[in-house]
Design a protein around this ligand. Structure first.
Ligand code: CA
Length: 169
């Protein structure tokens, strides 16, 4: 039981370390153009590690936006595994009902609905997109200072700034 708790805590800490800032890019581009843009101006097309991360991604999309947006998940052909543009190992998925269906046999890129569900789409579609940058909140030596705690009301995980122990002389 105690090991389970420690495991949950470790998972929580690691997703804090990977916190990202997401950017909505309104200009319509095909998936490859969107990837090029994100790599040039930010870090890459958006990756989501878990539901909390994905909720942050969705918050970057304007409230009145209703079309799919590109993010980092894609595959190279109809039988290849889904992979992330930034080579993340994230196994988080949020497929809509009946997706991915590879309709027409060339749906190798993934669009996110602003309400959450994913749909595999042809990479040539012209869509808005979401990029990310890594959140810089380190002590200058690459050590993340944030920590994550579970709040009960309402129940949720939240990241907090950590104590700056490096200056405690
Ligand atoms: Ca589809």
């Amino acid at each position: 039981m105690r090991m389970d708790l420690i495991f949950v805590l470790l998972l929580a800490l690691s997703s804090c370390v990977n916190a990202r800032i997401f950017y909505f890019i309104p200009e319509h581009k095909n998936w490859t153009e969107a990837q090029t843009y994100c790599r040039l101006h930010r870090t890459d097309l958006a990756t989501a590690d878990d539901q909390m991360d994905y909720d942050e991604l969705l918050k970057a999309i304007p409230k009145d936006f209703t079309d799919y947006v590109w993010f980092g998940l894609y595959r190279t052909d109809g039988t290849a595994p889904w992979v992330w543009s930034d080579q993340s190992k994230s196994v988080f998925r949020s497929w809509g009902i009946g997706q991915p269906n590879n309709s027409g046999g060339a749906q190798f890129c993934v669009g996110a609905s602003p309400t959450g569900p994913w749909n595999d789409l042809e990479c040539t579609y012209q869509l808005a997109s979401v990029c990310y940058t890594d959140r810089e909140d380190t002590d200058g030596e690459g050590n993340d200072r944030r920590y994550k705690a579970f709040l009960e009301n309402p129940p949720r995980w939240k990241c907090f700034p950590g104590e700056d122990s490096s200056k405690g002389e």
